[in-house]
Ligand binder design. Structure first.
Ligand code: NAD
Length: 362
């Protein structure tokens, strides 16, 4: 088993180091090889996703990714910006299925901006289609308008498109995931306005026939955004397209109080995957040793479960994270009165200690 380790920029290097430390104590046989990605790769090689990094990612069974980006790269041409590395990896590895669990840990109920009764026990899974939709649809660009409200004016355009097979494969991923949970799928679209969404809904209904044991319902994206803050526990598995999923999964993430807690997995059809925290490179706190490494550590657990076929090791990490939270240790983003504030490294050390069953001092 080979893991490509791509820490990236900002807090990426700090949080990935903690996840690697946790993987190291599991006594599993895998090879880890690191490479530059994002702004760090641009500085060293002139490109955010150098050929050598892409080759390493393609050859690996899984990619453990930190985060990329910094405001200082905002003036670069779009293809050279750090964030392009993520799009390039998704496209080249065919990572079409993005899993974003939003779990509210009992100990962190107070960190949410919602009332505790709305959020306690929350455990939802957002499945976002990742390689289609308006983010990749061609044609796109800028031109002089020949029609519309302002002919002759500069305009920009993107293309929202989905093919039937693209929707079929993400639908099956969602139904299969629901079978392992509470057997309910909510498909989110905007079929009252968009052709792509009407096809999305038609295909969901077709694939649902293969899964008579799973209940399917549909929701318009604007309503889904409201329901996520009104009654989030109504949801279990949510499946949606690339753009709606981008927005809803961040909304769901924040329900739980801190983006620093939320892992994600992006998989292709051979279960090769890229695992990363749901947050970005947090330039505002980079280098200060205060970032929460738990989202990345939990992403490593997802990697063990989905791509490396090591479910017991994944369980060990997840139980260790729960034990550390129960012991009262908190990074700044999840700190509250009565708990002990720790830094990135101490949090990683505590997870290692919980795995190796050393005493955790809260
Ligand atoms: P961000 O997620 O980096 O940060 C948002 C806020 O959350 C900041 O206040 C940050 O300090 C805090 N935060 C994030 N992760 C944290 C952690 N682990 N522990 C504690 N606090 C944490 O989003 P942003 O500020 O909008 O973007 C910063 C950069 O990251 C931009 O260049 C953006 O393009 C990039 N970005 C990258 C990815 C990715 O690599 N997948 C995703 C989103 C944004």
């Amino acid at each position: 088993m080979k893991i490509a380790v791509l820490p990236g920029d900002g807090i990426g290097t700090e949080i990935v180091a903690e996840a690697v430390k946790v993987l190291d104590v599991l006594d599993l046989k895998f090879e880890m090889e690191s490479a530059l990605v994002g702004g760090a790769a641009y500085e060293a090689h002139g490109h955010p996703l150098p050929e050598s990094t892409l080759k390493l990612a393609k050859e690996a069974d899984a990619v453990l990714f930190g985060a990329v980006g910094d405001w200082k790269y905002d003036k670069l041409d779009r293809p050279l910006r750090p964030e392009q590395a993520i799009l390039g990896l998704r496209k080249n590895l065919g990572l079409f299925a993005n899993f974003r669990p939003a779990i509210c840990y009992e100990e962190l109920v107070g960190a949410s901006s919602l009332k505790p009764e709305l959020i306690a026990g929350l455990d939802i899974l957002i499945i976002r289609e990742l390689t289609g939709d308006i983010y990749f649809g061609q044609p796109r660009g800028r031109r002089v308008a020949t029609d519309g409200h302002f002919p002759g004016a500069e305009e920009a355009f993107d293309t929202m498109r989905y093919s039937r097979p693209e929707i079929e494969r993400i639908a099956r991923v969602a139904f299969e995931a629901a079978r392992k949970r509470s057997k309910r799928v909510t498909s989110v679209d905007k079929n009252n306005v968009l052709e792509t969404s009407q096809l999305w809904k038609d295909v969901m209904l077709d694939i649902a026939k293969e899964y008579p044991d799973v209940e399917l319902d549909h929701m318009l994206v604007d309503n889904a955004a409201m329901q996520l803050v009104k009654a989030p526990k109504k949801f279990d598995v949510v499946v949606t397209g690339n753009m709606f999923g981008d927005i809803l999964s961040d909304e769901a993430a924040m329900l739980t109080g801190s983006i620093g807690m939320l892992p994600s997995a992006s998989l292709n059809s051979s279960n090769q995957g890229l695992y990363e925290p749901s947050h970005g490179s947090a330039p505002d706190i980079a280098g200060k040793g205060v970032a929460n490494p738990l989202a990345t550590i939990l992403s490593a657990a997802m990697m063990l479960r989905f791509s490396l076929n090591q479910p017991e090791a994944a369980d060990r990490i997840e139980s260790a994270v729960k034990a550390v939270l129960a012991s009262g240790l908190r990074t700044g983003d999840i700190w509250s009165e009565g708990t002990k504030r720790v830094g990135t490294r101490e949090m990683g050390d505590a997870v290692v200690a919980a795995i190796t069953k050393k005493t955790i001092t809260g």
